[in-house]
Design a protein around this ligand. Structure first.
Ligand SMILES: *[C@@H]1O[C@H](CO)[C@@H](O)[C@H](O)[C@H]1NC(C)=O
Ligand SMILES: *[C@@H]1O[C@H](CO)[C@@H](O)[C@H](O)[C@H]1NC(C)=O
Ligand SMILES: *[C@@H]1O[C@H](CO)[C@@H](O)[C@H](O)[C@H]1NC(C)=O
Ligand SMILES: *[C@@H]1O[C@H](CO)[C@@H](O)[C@H](O)[C@H]1NC(C)=O
Ligand SMILES: *[C@@H]1O[C@H](CO)[C@@H](O)[C@H](O)[C@H]1NC(C)=O
Length: 818
């Protein structure tokens, strides 16, 4: 309880500070509320009193925090004052009071922090060897673990004048209820700590996917499966930012010391009010206004022939992968599509001809990109980030910008530190099962993806005009020589995709080098499915049949085999590749590979053991009913996937329904079937005009009426899915009385009349808290608003669903009927 109070207090102070700074700088209209962390433990170890920092945070005194600690003997050290030396950094200057006292542990010690919810959390540790009559803290050598994760191994404060600050970002798994922070030292030695923070972080801070450097054979899996140590966080082209000016109490340093050729750069800044955070994507929690409102650009940009890169070089630990997050906000261009530049990381092209206008749809709009740099490309213990103009694109004047840069070390085998001592170290600290690489995902090189995206946009206008003229049914009409037509259109499609006419083999190699996944031989897939036997068939769609297959290593995959003579199949196949090449997310079914032999069109996906959500709600299979909590988690997962599609990839799914939400063996929901998907319109258009496609019962009435597609059409369909989940009945049931046929209409009516409870799945109705129902029904109803503009975005829906889950958890915890 005390935790909460001190955090709330600090949040109020924070608001106050924000309020003040707004007056001082005449900042933009209402700033979003800073993040209020559900878990917030701030401990000033060894301090006789509470310590309040200038940014408003109150750290508990030693006595207040002693219930969290279990250890044998422990000792308190304190000094009157700490002098800042030249070697201490900017961060330390805000937190000096925390370094004045320490707790010394001659025995192993453990802090146990209860977590009110799983997900991302900061762990921040403060170390400074202050004098003590018995213990010389500068001699302490110790290890720190957080649950299973090794944060520090044989750690020693090398320079006793330095104020050490360590910042970690960890993702507590769903079943974790606490954080155990353990300090262990060698026999006859001891450990110490000056202050500890354990604080929740919005889960949106880490997206699940990133681009691998090098692009092939690189990063697979989800960023959420890793823990991180923050190595650098730089506000490029601007002043350092103190924790008090950051919604997540982060410190941003100036980038100056890391520029290798500062003469080549000049700083630019705009008032905060110029910055327009997008409705989806970068938020103030990702980085504050102060980061996006300043940048470095090329000196004398646009007046001379620029032929160099702006380069930042940071040192890093060569044994680990690193997550590089670059922040951009085009505050220099005067009109759209003026700025094109390349990003290189350690000499490797990370993004080619990056066009921020294309990615954000506007100027002054924050955007960030994540890259995972593998140790194989780290030379000399350093990472260089270079930005160079994409000179090939005329007639734009060459320039580049960078607004912010973060470098985070990624955990490897459950550790963020390697033992320095040779024959010391705990044996138990080795392999952690955190890294789940069960799911092979697309490792799309961003350069390829961007090239694709550019081509896609270039061709887009034409596509859409074409779309208007060509109705859906005409594309289904049999063609004179369908086979020949198919092959030729296929080839031209592939060459349009890759820019030149490629032979089949080189197509395959492009496919692979672009990171589209693994190439399977037809024979391999035949073996995996017993020659595509009917027994292995698990589904059928417009594209063809879906089979379950077992690869030689025992892993299961889903294999979608196109009917090579179907034009619709071919169209969906190409849409699916085009879309899947742009997306990667924990809640989207991922493509593992493909087979391109004998004119076959076969895609290989991760296998989703529990099949479509629909089968668990209604239908003939009579599966064990899902609990309300499971249903909520599934809806939240699917909403995350759709949110990513809309905001991260600018894709409209167009066929959201319960058969396209698949469940893996752990009932994690993933959205599938991108065969009908479309790129979302540019921001200056609000919709795409297109022939109506989708599934009856889920179809957005506005889209149907006006043939105008927007991401709000997906929101509508998702609203239908939500009611389907609540009521366990199909979206359309022609067997029912007329007013009940359409679930959307019926549920809305019942909800308005306050009788929704009467149509909830009777198998779960007693386990749901009414608050949770109310929140959930509210989300579903808003999704079903008649006009797209009145419907929420997927992130609003997500937020409401998370609240519904929280309300349900509170209800279950209170000991209510199961
Ligand atoms: C959480 O679940 C994982 C995998 O299901 C399991 O290995 C781990 O022991 C569980 N942790 C706790 C604290 O129950
Ligand atoms: C921007 O550049 C000018 C001139 O080089 C320098 O005086 C100023 O301190 C810089 N501002 C920041 C915030 O780095
Ligand atoms: C926020 O930034 C402003 C300007 O850079 C500075 O004057 C102020 O002290 C900062 N506030 C805090 C709490 O650090
Ligand atoms: C910029 O850096 C990249 C990667 O190191 C290099 O290939 C390129 O030649 C550089 N450009 C210029 C103009 O130096
Ligand atoms: C590695 O660092 C050393 C010393 O800083 C330097 O002399 C050498 O040129 C660097 N090597 C490379 C490949 O950058």
């Amino acid at each position: 309880m005390k935790t909460q109070t001190s955090c709330l207090l600090s949040v109020h102070t924070f608001l106050l500070l924000l309020g003040l700074s707004r007056v001082a700088f005449s900042l933009p209209p209402p700033l979003p509320v800073p993040f209020i962390p559900p878990d917030c433990y701030l401990v000033d170890c060894g301090s006789p009193w509470q310590t309040r920092l200038d940014d408003g945070r109150a750290f508990r005194s030693d006595q207040e925090s002693s219930p969290l600690l279990s250890t044998g003997r422990d000792v308190i050290a304190s000094v009157g004052s700490i002098s800042m030396t030249g070697s201490s950094d900017y961060q330390a200057s805000f937190t000096i009071p925390l370094y004045r006292t320490a707790r010394i542990f001659p025995d192993d010690a453990m802090y146990v922090f209860l977590a009110s919810r799983p997900g991302l959390h900061w762990i921040r540790l403060y170390f400074h060897p202050i004098p003590h009559p018995v213990y010389n803290l500068a001699n302490a050598v110790f290890s720190v673990t957080a649950n299973e994760l090794v944060l520090l191994s044989d750690f020693k404060v090398q320079d006793p004048t330095v104020l050490v600050f360590k910042e970690y970002l960890i993702n507590l798994p769903a079943n974790a209820t606490k954080l155990v922070l353990k300090f262990t030292s060698r026999k006859d030695l001891f450990s110490f700590v000056n202050a500890i923070e354990f604080v929740s972080v919005p889960d949106s801070l880490i997206s699940t996917s990133a681009t691998a450097i090098p692009p092939t054979g690189g990063f697979q899996g989800s960023l959420l499966d890793y823990a991180y140590e923050v190595i650098y966080r730089l506000n490029v082209g601007g002043p350092p930012i103190s924790p008090g000016n950051d919604t997540l109490m982060r410190t941003w340093q100036s980038d100056d010391p890391y520029m290798t050729f500062p003469q080549g750069a000049s700083n630019v800044s705009v008032p905060f009010s110029t910055i327009k955070f997008p409705s989806q994507g970068a938020t103030q929690d990702v980085a504050p206004y102060a980061v996006y409102a300043t940048a470095d650009q090329m000196t004398d940009s646009g007046v001379s022939q620029q032929d160099f890169n702006l380069t930042w070089e940071v040192s890093c630990d060569p044994s680990f992968s690193h997550l590089i997050r670059v922040h951009f906000c085009d505050i220099v261009s005067t009109s759209l599509n003026e700025l094109y530049f390349n990003v290189y990381i350690n000499g490797i092209t990370a993004a080619l001809a990056l066009d921020l206008s294309l990615l954000t749809g506007g100027l002054d709009t924050p955007y960030y990109m994540d890259f995972v740099v593998s140790p194989s490309v780290i030379r000399n213990g350093s990472i260089t980030i270079q930005l160079g103009p994409a000179s090939s694109i005329e007639p734009n004047l060459p320039n580049v910008i960078l607004n912010g840069l973060e470098v985070l070390k990624m955990s490897e085998h459950g550790s963020l530190d390697i033992p320095r001592g040779s024959n010391f170290g705990e044996p138990g600290l080795s392999a952690n099962k955190k890294r789940i690489v069960a799911i092979a995902v697309l490792a799309t090189g961003v350069s390829a993806a961007l090239l694709l995206a550019r081509k896609f946009v270039a061709g887009k206008k034409k596509d859409w005009e074409h779309m208007n003229h060509k109705s859906f049914s005409s594309s289904l009409r049999p063609l004179g020589n369908s086979r020949a037509r198919l092959l030729s259109s296929r080839e031209s499609y592939l060459s349009s995709l890759f820019g030149s006419t490629k032979s089949r083999t080189s197509f395959s190699s492009m496919f692979m080098s672009a990171g589209f996944g693994r190439l399977f031989s037809f024979k391999e897939l035949q073996e995996a499915t017993q020659c595509f036997s009917e027994k292995a068939a698990i589904g059928i769609g417009g594209f063809g049949k879906v089979y379950v297959g077992t690869l030689p290593d025992g892993s299961k995959v889903a294999i979608k085999r196109g009917n090579p003579t179907s034009q619709q199949g071919f169209n969906e196949f190409q849409t699916e590749i085009q879309m899947l090449s742009r997306v990667r997310h924990r809640h989207l079914v991922s493509l593992i590979g493909y087979c391109d032999e004998n004119s076959e069109m076969i895609l290989v996906y991760e296998y989703m053991a529990n099949g479509p959500l629909r089968d668990h709600l209604h239908g003939s299979l009579n599966l064990t009913p899902l609990s309300w909590k499971q249903r909520l988690e599934i809806c939240i997962g699917a909403a995350r996937g759709l949110h990513y599609l809309h905001s991260g990839a600018a894709i409209i799914h167009r066929d959201v329904k319960s058969t396209n939400i698949l469940l893996d063996e752990n009932f994690i929901a993933k959205v599938s079937d991108f065969g009908l998907s479309k790129a979302a319109p540019n921001l200056d258009q609000t919709h795409v005009s297109t022939a109506v496609k989708g599934s009856i019962g889920y179809l957005d009435p506005e889209y149907f009426r006006r043939q105008q597609l927007s991401d709000k059409s997906d929101v509508y369909s998702f609203g239908v899915v939500l009611f389907e989940v609540l009521c366990s009945r199909p979206a359309l049931d022609p067997g029912l009385p007329r007013e009940q046929v359409s679930l959307a209409e019926w549920a809305m009516k019942m909800n308005r009349e306050g009788t929704l409870r009467g149509i909830i799945d009777p198998r779960i109705v007693n386990e749901i808290s009414s608050d949770s129902i109310a929140k959930f029904a509210d989300a579903a109803e808003k999704c079903l608003a008649e006009d797209g503009v009145d419907r929420p975005t997927m992130s609003d829906v997500l937020w409401k669903l998370e609240l519904a889950l929280k309300l349900q958890e509170g209800f279950s915890d209170a000991g209510s009927p199961k």
